[in-house]
Design a protein. Structure first.
Lengths: 249, 113
């Protein structure tokens, strides 16, 4: 068992049919974390992908070493993949890269800029934060490939969220966060919502519990142009989730 | 590209303060009840207890004014934020570059798709 340096980061990546994207995500993470001198491991939690994702994951394990790549097969409702993956995490910090915690990592994944993990970690050290959250709405954070309608809905929804929940974070549905491991465990116990509302609930509860939250700007790049999940259904379920949080937190 | 300063939030020294124990809905209802009853007491008072006429004239439509003012504030804020929503051209280009580099590097290191 290799020595675990302090401040080791565990990145949780639930996957389903990500044969093409997984190597890219792993390469990007590995390169930037190595360059920043951050000790890390990437935990791939696969939901039984039929497309060969696991073979690719195994090849990556050979390339990067089993110290750095951990592969878990998890054939349960993917909402619990993170909880399961966390059990295997040996790091002091956990990185989660997906806004919708009931989905696997997929493109568009939050490409947060090559050096994001470094800055996220820096931020964490600077302020000794319990959570560092990526925000698309502040600093030089932003999006790419979004049309006006999508931006409007995003800003409108966020405004509503700020008014109703006063969460103390500018972006509750962005998709890159760093947590202290104990903090994440505590929050996962306390939070009951499903999907991306869970992610929102985590920030609200974190504030209530007195955890410190820092923010770094992120760039959300849609690789699949035109892919928009903002249909009427999405909006309705977002509103339902928001109102539920309003009434229960 | 350099990061920009994030916005650290300080720890609340009293995590179990009354604010934390009440849900947001409860806070709103409390607040509205307080303001509402104050307004009702002053604006809808029986003739004997009414405040002076000018004050009453200002008070009666106040809730509507506030609602409209909030509506305008909301529109202005969302509009401003929409207009200043960054487009990350550089990040997108950077991503394409990194994807190329990643494919080449991984191929070299033995990844077979």
């Amino acid at each position: 068992m290799a020595a675990r340096g302090p401040g080791r980061v565990s990145v949780l990546l639930p996957t389903y049919n990500e044969r093409d994207n997984l190597p890219l995500v792993v390469w990007l993470l590995a390169r930037t974390l190595t360059d920043s001198g951050i000790d890390f491991e990437i935990i791939i939690i696969d939901d039984g992908s039929p497309d060969g994702t696991q073979e690719v994951a195994q090849q990556l394990e050979k390339i990067y070493g089993s110290d750095k790549i951990v592969i878990i097969l998890f054939l349960f409702p993917s909402g619990t993949a993170y909880i399961h993956g966390m059990k295997y995490a040996t790091g002091d910090f956990i990185v989660i890269m997906d806004a919708d915690l009931s989905h696997h990592v997929r493109l568009p994944f939050t490409y947060c800029g090559y050096t994001l993990p470094q800055f996220t970690f820096q931020k964490q050290k600077e302020g000794n934060f319990d959570i560092v959250s990526g925000t698309r709405y502040k600093g030089n954070g932003g999006v790419y490939g979004w049309d006006l309608k999508r931006k409007l809905i995003s800003r409108g929804a966020n405004f509503l969220t700020q008014v109703l929940l006063r969460p103390g974070a500018s972006d509750l549905t962005g998709s890159f966060r760093l947590y202290r491991k104990e903090v994440l465990q505590k929050l996962m116990e306390k939070c009951v919502s499903k999907g991306y509302v869970f992610q929102m609930e985590m920030i609200v509860r974190a504030r209530q519990l007195g955890f410190t939250i820092g923010e770094v700007p992120i760039s959300f790049v849609d690789r699949v142009y035109g892919e928009s999940k903002l249909g009427g259904n999405e909006i309705v379920s977002f509103l339902k989730g928001l109102l539920t949080l309003f009434a229960t937190t | 590209s350099a990061p920009l300063a994030g916005l650290p939030l300080s720890v609340s020294p009293f995590p179990l303060s009354p604010q934390a124990a009440m849900t947001k809905l409860a806070q709103w209802l409390c607040g509205l009840a307080l303001l509402g009853s104050a307004w009702a007491a002053l604006a809808l008072a029986p003739p004997g207890l009414q405040p002076p006429a000018p004050l009453r004239q200002a008070l009666l439509p106040l809730p509507v004014y506030l609602l409209v003012a909030f509506g305008c504030y909301s529109l202005a804020t969302v509009g401003y934020r929409l207009a200043t929503f960054n487009d990350c051209e550089e990040a997108a280009a950077e991503l394409q570059e990194h994807i190329r580099a990643a494919r080449a590097d991984l191929r070299r290191r033995g990844l077979r798709l």
